[in-house]
Design a protein around this ligand. Structure first.
Ligand SMILES: [Fe+2]
Ligand SMILES: [Fe+2]
Length: 470
């Protein structure tokens, strides 16, 4: 276990004190980060005491320390998972060769772009979520939101460390840009579309943490396989934090479903208008939110047919999530059949890796759906939540802009435009959900549209005052 020195200005387990130049560069960036947090982080909660976990080691057990603190005092640090002795490249054309401790010149700009794109999503999500504290359904949920926010801040630190440590002046410039782009900004938006979507309600937050943080999990898993060892080690540690973000999404949606089923039972009907009138979110509306955030997140994997994905894999920069579970790690002779609007195409497997990743991601997404549908079934309802087809509402790849329904069937464009409001939240749906968003901060109390969680944080009671707003 590498322990983290908390006496350091920047907590780290990368021996920062032995590299004065790097330390100075990061110390120079640190106040800019804090300024960004102050301006673009959660609004109006800087003086609240929040019960947060902080990474204190990379040990599988006990890496987190829990305690109440003000968010601007959070110890954002740089933690890499322990090195694997004699680690070898696990896929691609250089398979079996030693992993890289420095960036090979020929891969420099591609690796930098991959790291910047990942890094950009971290502060983007904090910006997207900055207003949500004002409408929290409970202080338990408020604490979870802030936990995610500070950890996305730390993920930004993780990527900025790599840029500073391995990419020289270009890397330092990119680190500045990561604080200069902003989610939804007209002139300087974040790089990926999903991270520019406004997030105005907690149902969106739960869908985002379910679908979009899960995309994050898959990206991190593919970087964890990377031949660039510092990137692999960084991402392996980030994954331990990411699990909580998806937990917030999965349990958040579970609690919404639970509450809706309770209300349905109380009023004796699942008529959406009646469910809404009783202050709960009807299941068809939840389905629309799932469709919206799932389809948006599917674009994050990139085009179905991609020469970049082929090059990144062949070179060893980016593997498949759980690479060791596959038989063939070189893929020079394999092909894959892909459905496109023009019919089926057979493409080299190397060029179809985005789709391979998207498919395993969708399988992972199914797990929550099964759980929620079991709850609905047990309550005696026919309704089932589903994932939209991966062709639905795509903006990237062969299906981009093609009018297809949520089952993936091509339909007439006019019909598509007309029915889109049946598939993703309409203005009216959003206004209804917004009308439910009222701040509840009495310890243990929940807003009427969501059931309490099954347990509190770190063995504390659900009634614990997770955020002290004094
Ligand atoms: Fe993250
Ligand atoms: Fe996350």
């Amino acid at each position: 276990m590498s322990s983290i020195d908390y006496a350091e200005k920047i907590p780290n387990n990368v021996n920062l004190q032995n590299d004065r130049t790097l330390q100075r560069a990061l110390e120079h960036w640190q106040p800019r980060f804090l300024q960004w947090w102050h301006e673009m982080g959660p609004t109006d909660f800087e003086s609240a005491n929040v019960y947060l976990r902080t990474a204190v080691s990379v040990d599988a057990q006990g890496w987190a320390h829990y305690g109440a603190l003000k968010m601007p005092d959070y110890r954002w640090g740089i933690f890499l998972a322990d090195p694997v002795t004699d680690r070898k490249i696990g896929f691609g054309d250089q398979m079996g060769q030693p992993v890289w401790q420095q960036v090979p010149g020929e891969y420099r700009s591609t690796l930098r772009r991959l790291i910047v794109t990942q890094g950009d999503t971290e502060p983007a999500s904090v910006e997207q979520q900055r207003m949500l504290g004002h409408t929290c359904p409970s202080i338990y949920d408020l604490r979870n939101l802030f936990q995610i926010n500070v950890e996305e801040g730390r993920h930004l630190w993780a990527m900025v460390y790599l840029l500073h440590a391995y990419f020289g002046r270009d890397g330092r410039e990119e680190a500045e840009e990561l604080l200069a782009r902003h989610s939804g900004d007209q002139n300087k938006p974040r790089i990926l579309t999903t991270f520019n979507e406004p997030m105005l309600d907690w149902l969106s937050l739960f869908c985002f943490t379910y679908f979009t943080d899960r995309d994050g999990k898959y990206q991190l898993k593919s970087f964890a396989e990377s031949a660039f060892d510092p990137l692999s080690r960084t991402c392996r540690f980030m994954l331990t934090e990411e699990a909580h973000h998806m937990f917030v999404g999965e349990t958040g949606i579970s609690r919404v479903v639970k509450r809706t089923l309770e209300v349905t039972k109380e009023i004796g009907t699942d008529d959406p208008a009646r469910v809404r009138a009783h202050g709960a979110i009807d299941l068809p509306t939840l389905q629309k939110y799932l469709n919206f955030w799932c389809s948006s997140s599917l674009d994050l994997f990139g085009s179905e047919i991609s020469s970049n994905s082929a090059a990144n894999f062949a070179s060893g920069m980016k593997g498949r999530p759980d690479e060791s579970t596959y038989d063939d790690h070189v893929l020079r002779d394999k092909t894959m059949k892909l459905a496109t609007p023009e019919g089926e195409q057979e493409v080299p497997m190397l060029n179809a890796l985005n789709e391979v990743m998207r498919e395993s991601y969708l399988k992972d997404c199914e797990i929550g759906l099964k759980r929620w549908n079991r709850m609905i079934e047990r309550a005696g309802h026919e309704f089932r939540l589903t994932l939209p087809s991966s062709r639905f509402r795509r903006s990237i790849g062969p299906w981009a802009g093609v009018p297809v329904d949520t089952h993936g069937k091509m339909i007439d464009r006019a019909e598509y435009e007309r029915r889109l409001e049946d598939w993703i939240p309409s203005e009216r749906d959003r206004a209804f959900v917004a009308s439910l968003m009222k701040k509840v901060i009495e310890p243990g109390k929940m807003a009427g549209w969501i059931a309490p969680p099954e347990r509190g944080i770190n063995n504390l009671a659900i009634e614990h005052e997770y955020v002290d707003l004094h």
